[in-house]
Design a binder for this molecule. Structure first.
Ligand code: ADP
Length: 632
């Protein structure tokens, strides 16, 4: 039994392949986690790093409370099951299961007890005297599971364990593995390329693509709220339908126009409220997604629905109790190629559809998805990160939603009308502006609080469900973006980045030994940042040496990242010049020129001219600059 913590994990193979990029996840004790994604997405590499079969290039992996980056596989208290069962053909099932325990020099009695117990759990007790070749694929995989569970591991790792089995056996073994998980009360991590397997087994699923995590969520949330087009298309069979189109808002309605056809639908704006206004201009192209099961061919549903499109049937796949009707919403389309007008409808109707039939289908528009054409990210995220609001600036006062805010000097901008971008995490619930809470929705461990300011909805993020009543909000003005006319004021950079290197120095110090001064030689490590040496904190040295070869540690360029609050003005340190200030009323940041860079440093004291800065390296992030790998 164990939790796992995976922080900023990277894997770069010696040939330069970046197989895993910045993988972050907390896995709770007893979870059943599935890593899923197409071949080559990095899921096995990630699993093998957890197992210790592959070195971790950067990042920190903990099992329980112990960082295991440098712990040998055999000491990690994990067991692994592979696709090819890797059984010893000359040994009996009993000996195959017992083998790992014998290597560990366990007593014969205990081995016997464990083997018998495992074989009972797996229903292979009567095969214990047989050789693997006398068994079916499913039974052999049970033996390899047995070999894993007798070890009583903290974590079970399974790498495509069912890929070699036929469809029927796979379904059966899936259920058995789930039963095993419930019985063993152990954390399971399971790798598969099969989304059905992932959806039916995982308590949470990690969807990966090209070495990057796309989404970590429960099966239900992945299906309902895919974060991007890839996840939307990967989860669910048949694949979600994707059309291209545009959205045009007028009043409380949005017209959805499907490209390459004259299909149109007018939806309530309510369904798209979380999307940024830029998508509603009737020009910005989006992908419109809808699952085959959310489209209906039923005549009564179609007759009652205002959300209809015409399709021409190309072919039908009969699956017995349901069928997939393929077609096109472009009457000249062929319904076979994956075009942006092809449509697949799932139906349980017994009606026979023939190629060339033209019928109307109704969309369940509440289940429609929309993705940005460029980024392919959803445009209606569960937690919108930005509120985009029209505004007016007059003599240093910002007006939006009938609310006036005196702008601090850092946000000084000319008069005129424009837009203000307010991140949802910059709205605070201890301000002075009265607002009305209209909704509160839990999303993971956060709450999306919808507030109304004079009838205009704003989304705010809160870590607590209950926000103080009456609701008085405020804005962290450091985070907003203001654009008026041609002028734009960007948010304060949240991160200060300085480049530097890791160096060693042979030094001689004098120390007092029983009253006598003695010379002591030592090698000390320093960070050379902007030509200034700082003693390297122990944890940074350790992380760099564990992630890189000594040669790389001393030859690489690193970027050190700090919060503007973690840099102090001192008597000596990195030399810079104060060039101006960002005044936010309650807070003030000096803009300091260091070489060609300008960095923001929080200050509550008067500073000017030439200054010296000492960053707090104990809180710094460290990135290996060439490969962009976060090491600390
Ligand atoms: P998956 O399990 O999702 O199919 P892998 O983790 O096996 O993917 O591989 C991820 C990427 O890393 C792929 O591009 C693969 O070619 C590459 N890769 C895997 N193993 C090695 C290796 N030993 N050396 C170099 N590249 C590798």
């Amino acid at each position: 039994m164990a939790s796992l913590s995976l922080k900023h994990i990277y894997k770069v193979y010696p040939n330069g392949t970046k197989a895993v990029n910045d993988f972050n996840m907390e896995i709770a004790d007893k979870e059943f986690i599935v890593f899923v994604g197409p071949s080559g997405c990095g899921k096995s590499t990630m699993l093998r790093m957890i197992a210790g079969l592959e070195d971790i290039s950067a990042g920190e992996l903990s099992i329980g409370d112990v960082v295991v980056n440098d712990v040998e596989p055999k000491d990690r208290d994990i067991a692994m099951v592979f696709q090819n069962y890797a059984l010893y053909p000359h040994m009996t099932v009993y000996e195959n299961i017992a083998f790992g325990l014998r290597v560990r020099k366990m007593s014969n009695e205990e081995i016997h007890e464990r083997v018998v117990q495992a074989s009972e759990i797996l229903g292979i007790k009567e095969y214990l005297d047989k050789k693997p070749k006398e068994m079916s694929g499913g039974q052999r995989q049970r033996v390899s599971l047995g070999r894993a569970i007798v070890r009583d591991p903290k974590v079970m790792l399974l790498d495509e364990p069912l890929s070699n089995l036929d469809a029927k056996l796979r379904t059966q073994m899936r259920a058995e593995i789930l039963k095993l998980h419930a019985k063993l009360n152990t954390t399971f991590i399971y790798v598969t390329h099969d989304q059905v397997e992932a959806m039916t087994m995982g308590t949470r699923i990690v969807v990966m693509k090209s070495g990057f995590v796309q989404q970590i969520d429960t099966p239900k949330n992945l299906y309902r709220y895919p974060k991007n087009k890839f996840v939307a298309g990967f989860i669910g069979t048949p694949q979600m339908n994707f059309f291209e189109g545009t959205l045009k808002k007028s009043g409380e309605k949005v017209e959805v126009a499907f490209k390459y056809t004259d299909a149109r639908m007018t939806l309530p704006y309510e369904y798209l409220r979380k999307a940024r206004p830029k998508y509603f201009d009737g020009n910005s192209e989006v992908y419109i997604g809808i699952r085959a099961e959310d489209i209906s061919l039923a005549p009564n549903v179609v007759a009652a629905s205002p959300y209809k499109v015409k399709m021409i049937v190309s072919h039908v796949e009969d699956l017995g109790d349901e069928s997939l009707v393929y077609g096109d919403i472009n009457m000249n389309g062929d319904g076979y190629s994956e075009s942006s007008t092809r449509i697949i409808v799932k139906t349980t109707l017994s009606h026979t559809y023939r190629p060339g039939d033209v019928c109307e289908v109704a969309f369940n528009v509440k289940k429609m998805h929309y993705f940005d054409k460029e980024t392919e990210e959803t445009i209606v995220p569960r937690i919108p990160d930005i509120n985009e609001v029209e505004c007016e600036v007059q003599d240093g006062t910002l007006e939006f939603c009938e609310t006036s805010i005196k702008l601090p000097p850092a946000l000084s901008i000319g008069n005129g009308s424009g837009t203000v971008l307010i991140p949802s995490d910059c709205i605070m619930f201890h301000g002075t502006i009265p607002a009305q809470i209209v909704d509160c929705e839990q999303v993971g461990d956060r709450y999306l609080v919808s507030v109304e300011l004079k009838g205009r909805r704003l989304y705010a993020v809160s870590s607590e469900e209950k926000v103080p009543e009456p609701c008085l909000i405020g804005f962290d003005l450091k985070k907003i973006t203001l654009s008026v006319g041609n002028e734009i004021v960007q948010p304060l950079e949240e991160m200060v980045r300085l480049d530097g290197r890791f160096e060693k120095k042979k030094e001689t110090t004098e120390c007092d030994v029983n009253g006598k001064l003695k010379k002591k030689k030592s090698i000390n490590f320093y960070l050379n940042v902007c030509e200034t040496l700082f003693p390297a904190p122990e944890h940074i040295s350790q992380k760099l040496f564990s992630a890189l070869s000594p040669r790389e540690v001393f030859s690489s360029l690193f970027t050190f990242e700090f919060s503007p609050y973690d840099i102090e003005f001192t008597q000596e340190g990195i030399e810079g010049d104060v060039v101006s200030f960002c005044e936010y009323g309650t807070e003030r940041f000096a803009r300091v020129r260091i070489g060609e860079n300008i960095v923001n440093v929080f200050t509550d004291k008067p500073v000017s001219g030439k200054v010296y800065l000492s960053p707090r390296f104990d809180r710094a992030g460290v990135v290996e600059a060439a490969r962009g790998i976060k090491l600390v």
